[in-house]
Ligand binder design. Structure first.
Ligand SMILES: [Ca+2]
Ligand SMILES: [Ca+2]
Ligand SMILES: [Ca+2]
Length: 324
């Protein structure tokens, strides 16, 4: 009896063992770094080829891949070929899994490999004007970009000392006080710690002076008289900020200087007889403004005098053609 019972127990135990072996065969899961891939050290954007032909060898019915690390069940990244390719968009470790399904006999075997994907560095770029004016804020814009992750910082060296401690962020402003070439630099760091730097040069110059406004007007009225002319009326209309300088040579009236008057001013000192050869010059000026020059050279005859009108650059006495 015991022999029968023991025989039956042994038979039951053997059957259970077979079932257990079969179950183990179905659910076998084996971590394996043996999925070959190329290139060995890929960077973001590279096409990485995985070769599962060994894992998906004889007896394997279906091979399924999880290439984006979010598990199986996403058909988009589950090609069923032994050899597949994938492009990783972000740097860092990426886990790739392969399920080799051998059906009821061989079961399913899981493979896994971690691919270390290298970062691509950021690219620094500056948008800046080539020329700028002293005393006015200049805007600098970072056009930096990174091909595979975010920018962690954008820092600026705006005073040219080589230290990127003057401003942070994608848009910064700086006002310069001296003329000449100024070099600014931008340093960008991506989330992976990669760095890039670039520079830009701006030529600083003083602001172009603007003319006195309203621009002065010189009016003269006279009559031909013998070997000269008699100036009957000489006036200057100018803004209050202007100063009027007048002189007549060789000896036709003392120099005149008048400022802060504004409106129309008569220059009676020169309302007199001027002999041939006399030259009367008027300069109407103001600081940092383009001024007015007018001269009258007495030539006699039927013409009486020759008038010349011109402009004066700030701080200069030599007349120049207006608009230069
Ligand atoms: Ca997936
Ligand atoms: Ca990067
Ligand atoms: Ca600096």
């Amino acid at each position: 009896m015991n022999t029968v019972i023991n025989t039956a127990r042994l038979a039951l135990l053997a059957a259970l063992t077979l079932v257990a072996v079969a179950l183990v065969g179905v659910s076998t899961a084996r971590a394996d770094t043996g999925i070959p891939y190329s290139p060995d050290a890929p960077r973001t954007g590279d096409t990485v080829a995985f070769d599962g032909s060994s894992a998906c060898g004889t007896g394997v019915v279906v091979c399924r891949w999880d290439l984006d690390g979010d598990g199986f069940g996403n058909n988009a990244d589950e090609p069923r070929s032994p050899r597949v390719a994938h492009v990783f968009g972000s740097p860092g470790p990426h886990v790739v899994r392969l399920l080799a399904d051998g059906g009821p006999v061989l079961g399913t075997t899981a493979y896994e490999v971690t691919v270390s994907v290298a970062d691509r560095p950021p690219v620094a770029a500056i948008l800046a004007p080539a020329k700028a004016v002293i005393g006015r804020a200049v805007t600098f814009v970072s056009l930096a970009r990174d091909p595979d992750d975010r920018l962690a910082s954008e820092s600026w060296d705006l005073d040219g000392d080589g230290v990127f401690d003057d401003a942070r962020g994608p848009v910064v402003k700086r006002t310069f006080t001296r003329s000449g070439r100024k070099t600014v630099a931008l340093r960008v760091v991506d989330a992976s710690g990669a760095v890039d730097e670039t520079r830009a040069t701006v030529v600083l110059a003083p602001a172009r002076p603007s003319p006195l406004s309203p621009f002065p007007v010189v009016r003269v009225r006279g009559e031909l008289l013998g070997a000269g002319i008699r100036v009957q009326r000489l006036s200057v209309t100018a803004p209050r900020s202007a100063t009027i300088d007048g002189r007549c040579r060789p000896s036709c009236g003392a120099a005149l200087r008048r400022g802060g008057t504004g409106g129309t001013v008569r220059l009676r000192r020169f309302e007199r007889y001027l002999a041939v050869g006399s030259v009367l010059e008027l300069r109407v000026t103001a600081p940092r403004r383009i001024g007015k020059f007018a001269s009258f050279r007495v030539v006699g005859g039927s013409r009486g005098y020759v008038r010349k009108d011109a402009c004066l650059a700030p701080g200069r006495t030599r007349p120049v053609r207006c608009g230069r």
